[in-house]
Ligand binder design. Structure first.
Ligand code: SAM
Length: 282
């Protein structure tokens, strides 16, 4: 079943949460020169014109990235947010207009250095086709296939460092468990890897299966952050929030992200809350 298309949701509050977290992780990793392999297991299209039919239909970006874009002058001094917003500005054709929202392939490739490499995996043929149209650096490889299987197959990597984003559409109930099992296996193969896992907070509470499986799977150092948004504010079939796990977060990440997320939580809606904790403590 491949019915999910991220274009309908591009730039929403969950994307802001996910991509700010990703941006912060990359920022920390770039402090050292040693090469990094990045793997994006569920890449999507890469770039989303906000005027595209699918994206304009629900306009979820209005309650997400647009809120930050409108406040960008005020937010520019806040650590991380200033850099994130100026990166977002680089994707636009015109200085003062937000016409595009970039997906994870763009956030990952934007600051890719010569010594690094990036693998973008996407299963949906149409989404993969869109991704193939994007102009990306030569050290980016685009693969048409199953993200979790490809990840498992490609580990360990040759570079001293590895950073993985796992961002499935969770269309199947089994995906929560599959993600947990793949993450545990990946961490056993590459113990120092930094893994980011996104999950939705749905009324079914199914994400708890993922969290519990990670806890019982022997993982340590898992930092969790959640952006809670009452369903009445959202248009996404009852999605009540966005969750991010960072396994092996770089030192200092937590503090920077909490400052940035706290600065935008109210902007995203009066009833919106940001919470974070160590899901698994060392
Ligand atoms: N990571 C993207 C971003 O942040 O811009 C969004 C990804 S979207 C939430 C999930 C994507 O996974 C969709 O494009 C979907 O087609 C793709 N997908 C679904 N099942 C997959 C699988 N088994 N392997 C790889 N990609 C898959």
């Amino acid at each position: 079943m491949l019915s999910y298309q991220h274009a309908y949701h591009a730039g929403n509050f969950a994307d802001v949460h996910k991509h700010l977290t990703l941006f912060a992780v990359i920022d920390h990793l770039l402090r050292k020169a040693s090469p990094i392999t990045y793997i994006d297991t569920h890449a999507g299209r890469g770039l989303y014109p906000l005027a595209a039919e699918e994206t304009a239909r629900l306009q979820e970006y209005q309650d997400g990235v647009v809120r930050l874009w409108q406040a960008r002058n005020r937010l520019s001094e806040t650590p991380l947010l200033g850099e994130w917003l100026s990166a977002l500005g680089r994707v636009q054709d015109q200085d003062n207009r937000l016409d595009y929202y970039p997906g994870s392939p763009w956030w990952l490739s934007d600051r890719l250095r010569q010594q690094d490499s990036l693998k973008l995996i996407e299963l949906h043929p149409v989404e993969h086709g869109h991704l193939m149209q994007q102009s990306l650096p030569s050290n980016v490889q685009r693969l048409h296939g199953d993200g979790l299987k490809e990840l498992d197959r490609r580990l360990p990597v040759k570079t001293p460092r590895l950073c993985v984003l796992i961002d499935p559409s969770y269309e199947r109930k089994d995906e929560y468990d599959e993600v947990a099992r793949t993450a545990i296996k990946a961490m056993a193969k590459v113990r120092h890897a930094v893994l980011l896992i996104w999950y939705p907070l749905l009324p079914s509470g199914r994400h708890r299966e993922l969290l519990d499986a990670l806890r019982t799977g022997g993982l340590r150092k898992v930092w969790r952050s959640e952006l809670i948004r009452p369903a009445s504010l959202g248009q996404q079939h009852g999605m009540q929030g966005s969750g991010m796990l960072v396994i092996n977060p770089p030192w200092g990440l937590e503090e920077r992200l909490v400052t940035a997320m706290s600065a935008i939580t109210l902007l995203l809606g009066e009833a919106v809350r940001y919470q974070h904790d160590w899901w698994v403590v060392e």
